[in-house]
Write a protein that binds this ligand. Structure first.
Ligand SMILES: Cc1cc2nc3c(=O)[nH]c(=O)nc-3n(C[C@H](O)[C@H](O)[C@H](O)COP(=O)(O)OP(=O)(O)OC[C@H]3O[C@@H](n4cnc5c(N)ncnc54)[C@H](O)[C@@H]3O)c2cc1C
Length: 388
């Protein structure tokens, strides 16, 4: 068993790091480092820089614009992005609908959508969840009724991340009530400008607007926007969720957070113990990620390990944000939304890192819910690993 990187892998890492150092715009890096709000343009500007370099879609096959990197190289790339305070890549196009279109879409869909995902000319959002259908997604009620060459869609989607930024949405709609509830579901693509679509912001715990309701009222979706076959949407959705869970551990960002927590924590034994415990957890998590990558390199797809990574990664995200919250103490108390947009300019209001800490803490409570809640991941492990 080989531990550590080969000289070629070290050289790859150095090359990626140098690229990020030279090309990540300073204002964007400063916003990520300071925990300030990122604007739509911050994400798009950075993604276009990666696109120009050919680095935007490491997970895609080379024929569709991927890099041809090994799983370990892809991991090193993501780790460097996280460690360098680059914005995370918006995954709805690159990591979700892109692979679905590539695998199940028509030639016209591939030709039209895939290049626009790579160039970030399209921003996709994911319309799966509904008020009565989250973990039990197959209970979804959004209806798509075929009328001539259009489906007429009515429904209520919720928790739709960044719908306010998106010009496209992929969504699941019910095209039939016959058979099992999974059987009547179809997978659609829609332009967010289509008449009948409205987006309503949901304000989260941290005061932010990351998620939204999307209401669909008599929305006419052309038949060409159905992906694959009618009634096969559940198969495509499961394929997509598999993609969503891998890479969810965010090791690079966790390392950056650990450094930040260490920098701001008071020099007290209780914080020392918590920092050390988090570091051990992080090292353990990283070793599992590397093991999964080795399996992937050997041609074995991730199994229940993906659920393990989701659980442990999200727990560590919550532990570290809690640690930072405690470390900032009462300075984290004042809620200063303006400070999150423009940086902290007031004097005598405690350390400059403080205003971003409470929103960060509250925001990351989400990690144990999205992308399949941790309880659901535990159910998967119970079934697949323990055979319960
Ligand atoms: C920040 C954020 C962003 C999101 N972004 C999107 C998005 O862009 N698009 C989208 O479609 N959805 C999105 N979601 C929705 C997310 O996928 C759902 O919230 C998630 O699947 C849980 O569904 P629910 O909220 O309906 O909770 P429920 O399914 O009602 O679950 C409530 C609680 O019960 C537990 N529970 C449910 N069933 C079981 C069971 N069988 N066994 C044990 N425990 C169970 C859950 O773990 C949870 O704790 C987002 C969610 C969040 C928090």
């Amino acid at each position: 068993m080989r531990l550590g990187l080969t000289p070629e892998e070290e050289a790859f890492k150095t090359r990626v790091r140098a690229f990020i150092d030279e090309n990540l715009p300073a204002d964007i890096r400063a916003r990520v480092e300071g925990g300030l709000k990122l604007r739509r343009d911050d994400f798009v500007r950075w993604q276009k820089i990666l696109y120009e370099q050919g680095f935007i879609a490491p997970h895609w096959p080379k024929e569709f614009g991927g890099t041809g990197w090994t799983p370990l190289e892809r991991y090193l790339f993501e780790e460097e992005l996280g460690a360098a305070s680059a914005p995370y890549l918006i995954r709805f196009g690159l990591g979700m609908v892109g692979p679905v279109i590539m695998t199940f879409g028509s030639d016209e869909q591939k030709k039209h959508y895939l290049p626009r995902i790579l160039s970030s000319d399209d921003w996709w959002c994911q319309g799966y969840s509904e008020p009565g259908a989250g973990s039990d997604l197959a209970s979804l009620q959004t209806r798509a009724v075929l009328e001539g060459d259009h489906y007429v869609v009515n429904g209520h989607k919720t928790w739709v991340t960044f719908a306010q930024h998106a010009n496209r949405m992929f969504f699941l709609g019910r095209t039939s009530d016959a058979g099992k509830k999974q059987d009547g579901i179809s997978f659609f693509l829609v332009d967010m400008e289509t008449a009948g679509i409205s987006v309503r912001p949901i304000t989260t715990f941290d005061g932010g607007n990351e998620i939204n309701e999307v209401i669909l009222e008599d929305v006419r979706v052309p038949v060409e926007s159905l992906v694959g076959e009618e009634g096969k949407g559940w198969t495509y959705a499961k394929f997509l969720l598999g993609h969503e869970r891998t890479g969810i551990a965010h090791i690079g960002s966790l390392k950056r957070w650990l450094l930040k927590a260490r920098a701001i924590a008071p020099n007290e034994p209780s914080f020392g113990r918590r920092l050390a415990a988090s570091e051990v957890e992080l090292l353990a998590l990283e070793s599992v990620v590397l093991k999964v990558l080795a399996e992937e390199t050997a041609g074995r797809p991730p199994g229940p390990e993906a659920s393990l990574l989701k659980i442990r990664g999200s727990e560590l995200q919550q532990t570290l944000t809690e640690l930072m919250f405690d470390a900032a103490g009462y300075y984290a108390g004042p809620y200063l939304p303006k400070a999150l947009d423009d940086g902290f300019a007031e004097e005598n209001f405690g350390p400059s890192h403080a205003p971003a800490i409470a929103p960060l803490y509250f925001n990351w409570r989400k990690a144990s819910i999205y992308a399949g809640s941790n309880e659901i991941q535990k159910n998967i492990i119970a079934k697949m690993v323990l055979g319960l």
